[in-house]
Design a protein around this ligand. Structure first.
Ligand code: C2G
Length: 134
């Protein structure tokens, strides 16, 4: 069984998140998603709309997500990869190169982001009373 892991905040869950999780899952047979805790997001200077418990439960409800764990620190990735016997680490190419040090432990794959959607864009779209285009 090929196990995949990915990390993220997944606030205001949107199609960009879904595309990433689906593509990550299709690289293997089992997908672990580490969702950033509220405390960790403070360190990322990210103020979430949804609290961790909501973000984790939404991700957990996705058919092709097999396990959700909390992301509490930048340093936990190596331990997660070892503890969960991960074969592939996947994340968006906005992080390209940042996690190459994990190549010692597993395959590292950076996938293109979904264009023209982001949590930030959603927030401003809602504030302006507009809607997201397809
Ligand atoms: N993503 C995407 N397309 C978008 C928006 C996000 O493919 N339009 C991907 C990101 O590249 C990332 C995942 O969805 O792989 C989650 O994105 P965020 O919730 O913004 O997570 P981030 O802040 O990048 O946290 O330790 C790593 C960090 O926790 C990653």
């Amino acid at each position: 069984m090929k196990k995949v892991i990915t990390y993220g905040t997944f606030d205001l869950f949107h199609i960009g998140h879904l595309n990433m999780l689906k593509r990550a899952r299709t690289l293997g047979d089992y997908l672990v998603v580490a969702v950033s805790t509220d405390e960790f997001n403070t360190g990322k200077h990210k103020q979430c709309v949804y609290p961790y418990s909501h973000r984790a439960r939404i991700v957990e409800a996705i058919r092709f997500v097999d396990k959700v764990i909390p992301e509490k620190s930048w340093e936990q990735k190596v331990e997660d990869i070892i503890n969960h016997s991960i074969d592939i680490f996947v994340i968006g190419n906005d992080w390209a190169g940042k996690f190459d040090f994990l190549k010692e432990y597993c395959e590292v794959v950076y996938l293109p982001r979904t264009k023209s959607i982001s949590t930030t864009a959603i927030k401003s779209t809602v504030q302006n009373g507009k809607s997201i285009s397809t």
